[in-house]
Design a protein around this ligand. Structure first.
Ligand code: NI
Length: 177
């Protein structure tokens, strides 16, 4: 396992839909290990494979002291309830914006050994699962903001000191959520 540079907003890999995992092999377990280690090192609540430059449908989370991962996730909202909450992204370091998400979700998928798993989450876990699933579709949380908030967010991000650094920070100096 190793800590891997995190791709930043502006890197095309973050806008590329990821492919389903077909082989549940040693490389997949290595990927889950790298995602986990990189996420923990960066202090994040979740990390998706495209964020470390791997176009596969895999993400990890660390919420309420619980580590998890999901391969080829299928996520469904449970009920109608939504909530606004401050959200950040390791690929957009240093920023948090209020984003509306479903309060409850159910997710099915596989673990790295190929066993089917089901995850039900609310609040922060539900938010993380929705955020990371978006990454697998090339969607970033700023896309989910309303027009005015998104315009302001993109303007702020364009001014970030890391903007235009070629897609990754060699060392993460800030600790965004
Ligand atoms: Ni993110």
């Amino acid at each position: 396992m190793s800590v891997t540079p995190i791709r930043l907003f502006g890197d095309p890999v973050l806008r590329t839909p990821a492919a389903p995992v077909v082989d549940f092999d040693k490389e997949l377990r290595q990927l889950v290990g790298d995602l986990t280690e990189t996420m923990l090192e960066a202090g994040g609540a979740g990390l998706a494979a495209p964020q470390i430059g791997v176009g596969l449908r895999v993400f990890t989370w660390y919420v309420d002291g619980q580590l998890g991962h999901l391969v080829n996730p299928d996520v469904t909202p449970v009920g109608e309830e939504t909530e606004d909450g401050a959200e950040g992204c390791l690929s957009i370091p240093g920023f948090r914006f209020d984003c509306r998400r479903h309060l409850y979700v159910a997710a099915t998928g596989w673990n790295m050994d190929g066993d089917p798993i089901r995850v039900e989450g609310s609040h922060v876990l539900a938010r993380a699962v929705q955020h990371e699933t978006d990454h697998l579709d090339g969607v970033l949380f700023v896309d989910r903001l309303d027009d005015e908030a998104r315009a302001a967010a993109l303007e702020a991000i364009a001014e970030a000191e890391w903007a235009g650094m070629g897609g990754y920070l060699p060392t993460l100096k800030v600790s965004p959520h």
